[in-house]
Unconditional design. Structure first.
Length: 93
């Protein structure tokens, strides 16, 4: 069961809190709920899945669902190549 609460904050704090919520991509109400839960030591077990995504916004875009086999294969090959002894070319003489 949820309750409704009204609070008064100064306009600068309200503006900054709304901006922070927008930067996080959540509503102002969700931002306040998260702050309360964090301060009260509550752990939300069913976190929003969007927290896992959009962690990096640089480099090439990838489609992990489609390309995971290729990506894992490349990573394994690089690791295998890194650990393997390099063949030395024989000097002719």
């Amino acid at each position: 069961m949820s309750g409704r609460t009204q609070i008064a904050v100064d306009s600068e704090t309200h503006r900054r809190a709304r901006a922070k919520a927008a930067a996080l991509g959540i509503s102002f109400a969700e931002y306040v709920r998260r702050l309360l839960a964090q301060d009260l030591g509550e752990v939300k077990r069913n976190s929003d899945i969007s927290l896992v995504f959009d962690l990096v916004d640089e480099g090439l875009r990838t489609n992990i669902a489609r390309d995971k086999g290729k990506m894992v294969g490349e990573a394994v090959w690089k690791e295998c190549w890194r650990k393997s002894p390099r063949k030395r070319s024989r000097r002719s003489g």
